[in-house]
Design a binder for this molecule. Sequence first.
Ligand code: SAM
Length: 309
Amino acid sequence: MYGVAERIYACFRQAEHFTLKEAYATQEDTPRESVRARIYENLGIRFERIAKGLYKTKDGAASCIVIEGDGRDLSMIADASIDCIFTDHPWLDIKSNRGGNRFFSRYDCFQYTSDDFKEKARVLKDGCFLVEVLPAENESNYEYLYAIKQYAKQNGFEYYAKVAWKKGAFVSNTGRKSKNTQDIMIFSKGPARKLRIDKKQTAKNGILTYMRGTNGMLPTMFDVPPVNPRNKIHQSELPVALCESIISFVTLTGEIILDTFAGSGAVGEAALNLCRNAILIENAKNSVIKICNRLRSILAFEPCFEAES
Ligand SMILES: C[S@@+](CC[C@H](N)C(=O)[O-])C[C@H]1O[C@@H](n2cnc3c(N)ncnc32)[C@H](O)[C@@H]1O
């Protein structure tokens, strides 16, 4: 979940400094001792002490690289260097998209092949999670959705979980059946890393012990409304709150998240909010510009921008 330290970081990221009293005021539902403890244990990570009782968020606590390029070509990324891939590929499914031209994609689309998963497996560290945002299953895409799982398996990924994203009260009435969900498909590269606290062993041995799996048990669904169309900067923009929830389950502070088809950059914003680093790849120049503007407005420093020559 979005922890206390992360919330305090988000509140004061743009402030010159803050006091404990100011931090308490932003976290009214959390006991003061917990707020203080979270700040102390994050000194040097998210926060710095600049004088007695005065703190600031740590500069460059997280960074984001935006690359204008082909997210299917990861040759510039080193082997086993990424802690999580979180992506929503521009899946080609003309039939499902039919039913009102507002649903036709206004960007390049394609279908994954096994090679896409070979590259993802190459750059991801062992045990780390691959999160694929997928369309709800229907009569025209079920074979493709099955093929995606096969490609993943062929390249060393294990099926970890599939969690529905329920889009609040929003209902799309295209196709044969009204829909208000998509699927969040989570794979691990080989056996999952250990992010989950083993409560039994921890209680038995008195030492914090972890077992394989995500940071906490995944919910039955993520119930998050879609982005209000009036505020959207991209046709398929994911809500930041959804991305933050998912990122908290599959990564730790300071880790690197790769989004190969970044669209609006929502995954990047969520990563920065949670003190994770992000690498965003997007091939549409207009979207890259929007991502940079978005990140510029939430960061105190300039996003690092690498344009394809
Ligand atoms: C489904 S959208 C991603 C939406 C994104 N998750 C968000 O929250 O805004 C897919 C994006 O992939 C981009 N795209 C399509 N083909 C690409 C490619 N080969 N490499 C990089 N980006 C690509 C499209 O321009 C589009 O912005």
